[in-house]
Each structure stands twice: as structure tokens, then as C-alpha cells.
Design a protein around this ligand. Sequence first.
Ligand code: C5P
Length: 225
Amino acid sequence: PDHRPLYGRHVLVTAGPTHEPIDPVRYIANRSSGKQGFAIAAAAAEAGARVTLVAGPVALDTPHGVDRIDVESAREMASAVDGALPADVAIMVAAVADWRTRDVAGQKMKKARTGLPDLALTENPDILAGLAAGKARPGLLIGFAAETEDVVANARAKRERKGADWIVANDVSGDRGESVMGGDHNRAHIVTAQGVETLERMAKTDLARTLVARIASHLETVETE
Ligand code: C5P
């Protein structure tokens, strides 16, 4: 038998940015390398899980043993997530664009003689909040939060507001030499209903393994209670 801690589990991960098209050559996006989400997908697969990774546009190789679905926009990401359910655990690491353009131009927009283009925006679906409220809610639903101040307080509020079980709060205040965004290290707090675990600054791959270990022991605990 396979004794790996997440054997038999389905873990769903979102990662990377989304691109919201303006016209065929332009888009709106958030800054995200996808490294943290890909590292989590890799760590979950190493722990024996079946992993579905819904990835926005990033230049990263697919981790070994991971099923990857590539998407561009938030709405494509939302429907890929929907299609991947049910999942035992969902970890929403993607930096989803909050807005998209209401109308996408079919042709490249010309530099206007008449003034600036009017980019009317509309709100994107919140994938995490949608999962929390949906009927196939994963048993353990984890969101990420990038904060520059009041990191833990904001993460606590976000946990409640979005209906997530845990929020992993990144401190992206960007002092100490290396930037979190695009970099290989992270400083994080795991905020749950029970409290907060503050982790050392560590490599994103180590944060991924630490988080997967917390997930495995949580699943074991709730099932032996
Ligand atoms: O509200 P904020 O964007 O800071 O929340 C971050 C968390 O919510 C992340 O887990 C992110 O993946 C998720 N999210 C989402 N869909 C959105 C916006 C954020 O799943 N439209």
C-alpha cells in the first residue's frame, strides 16, 4: 500500500495571474510568477495526492505527476476549477484579476485621434468565495492573501469574508533585500479558525512542503476525531 500522507486525496490548486483581454494584443493582469502555486502542486503530488493545477499564463514547467489545465482569464479559471470538482482540498494561490474589460475589441485598438480609449470595467467572479458557497465545497478550502500591512488582521478578516478555512498570508511589504513577488522566498502566516502559525522566511518550495504537512495532519485529525 501507498503510505504517503495525501494518498487517495484530490488536491486542486490555482496558480499564476489571469490575463483579461482588452484587444488581441493587450490585457490587464496582476503580477504573479506562479512559483508558489506550482511549488504547492509539486509538494502535494510528492505527498501522494492526485493534483489538478489550474494555471494562468506563466513560464513554468509542469511539476511531475500533476494534471495541469492552462487558462487565460478569470472566467476560464473559474470554469476549469468547477470542472475539476470534487476535491478534498482546494488551495487558491492564483492572483486573479479583480476586473476585466466589459467589451473586448475584436481588432487591435488604434491610437485614437479622438482621445483615450474608454476601458469600461466589470467585476470578475471570486473563485475562492464561489467555491466556499458552492454545493461541492472542498472539505478544506485554503486561500492566499498578499498583504503589505496588518498582515494577520487582514488575513483574519479575509478568511471570514470569503468563507475559507485557512488563509495563508504573505507579507509582501518588500524590505529585507529580496522581493516576495517573483522571488524564490516567502514570509507567511497560516491563519485558521484556531489561531495563527507564523512561519520563518523560507524558500517557496519549503513553504509548500510545510503547508502540505499541515494539510495532511489536519485531514488525519478531523478523520480520527
Ligand atoms: O481578495 P483577494 O484577491 O486578496 O483574495 C485573495 C485570495 O482569493 C486568493 O486565494 C485568490 O486566489 C482568491 N481569489 C479568487 N478569485 C478572485 C480573487 C481572488 O479565487 N477573483
